[in-house]
Design a protein around this ligand. Sequence first.
Ligand SMILES: *Cc1c(COP(=O)(O)O)cnc(C)c1O
Length: 439
Amino acid sequence: MGSLDDRAVFETCESAIRSYCRNFPAVFVTASGATLTDASGRRYLDFLSGAGTLNYGHNNPAIKQRVIDYLAADGIVHSLDLHTSAKQRFIEEMVGTILRPRGLDYRIAFPGPTGANAVELALKFARRSTGRHNVVAFTNAYHGMSQGALAVSGTRSKRAGAGMPLSGVTRLPYDGYLGDLDSAALLEKMLEDPGSGVDPPAAVILETIQGEGGLNVAGAHWLRKIRQVTARHGVVLIVDDIQAGCGRTGSFFSFEPMGFAPDVVCLSKALGGMGMPLSVVLVRPDLDVLAPGQHNGTFRGNNLAFVAGTAALEMWRKPAFEAGIRDRAVRVADALAELVVRYPEHGAHVRGRGLMCGIGWSSAAVAGKVSKEAFARGLVIETSGAEGQVLKLMPPLTIDERELDAGLAIIEQSIAAVVGAAPRPGPVISERIAENAAM
Ligand SMILES: *Cc1c(COP(=O)(O)O)cnc(C)c1O
């Protein structure tokens, strides 16, 4: 046995597919809120948050206690998809706190616990309800790693992992992919024109903000137009809200501010409250056409995740919770805006929406080096985009201001260390922290 911080066992015994751990090579032992602690006792701020899974922070006390109490009372942990009181409470909370107040009418389907499995089920609903096979997906999309989910995803290297043709998909440019080209109008034309060569699709699947794809934000006009066109042509609109949902952009669903409702919504990542694996597919009742057992699975519904997820959804009963996310998002947006103007020669610009935001760079090398430099300074922060050209901030939605500012200051210092201190307009973020400390 090696010592706890000896990483040799991972390098010699774990598969080469390991990925995040290569960039953040510590052995983590405990975590609380926005803080991770490694085997040597070193603390790190977590701006990765399980790629948007830990929206309520690590081991959020209000969530964790409910899980402890449930286990202590011999609450049932595994039940296939048998009725349990934990599932009952989760469904009631989902309907009462999230769906009904937003005027949304969906059936709730439980696939296996991963996001990819939710995407697979969403595609089945679309294909079986329309009797069509083709699906329209967008450039730089990320929908997961199983075969169907990979087929609708964009990244070439990830697609190559399948080792076989990934078919049944028509690829269109995401909003903004080609400058002013309006790809919603292109979709409309292709569906209307019998000569377009595009088979009438079962579904259009999209993320309102592409997280893995580089924090690309779809405009409200584009999204509404896609909604209109799909509705007119009997095409199922699937919004993959696995990363952007559960409050990441400021509202529970990322599409709420745009004032439209998709036909099918995939949720996962933060849905399980404290990192418990849980996914749902929300489906318009008339599209709920699969036969009993046609998307079966052993872990379809995980009672500990139901308990944790219910506790998390309860936080949404108070409007103050959403307001708190927006306040933090403004704080981050202001800081990023101050930062990017210092580095025009590196193409620095702000990307994303809400607490799903970051800095794009003209060179992927800069983003990667900043992430590395930040880790050395005690901040876990990843890059995204097909080439890793975007520094991506995903702090917990519940992070306090001091920690938020401390993370932003590390980002500021890391950028300065990588591309050189900027001549203007000075270390604003660090100054604000000094002011806060003096208050
Ligand atoms: C993470 C993610 C998935 C895949 O979820 P897994 O649990 O990793 O299978 C799908 N879509 C989006 C938008 C994601 O961010």
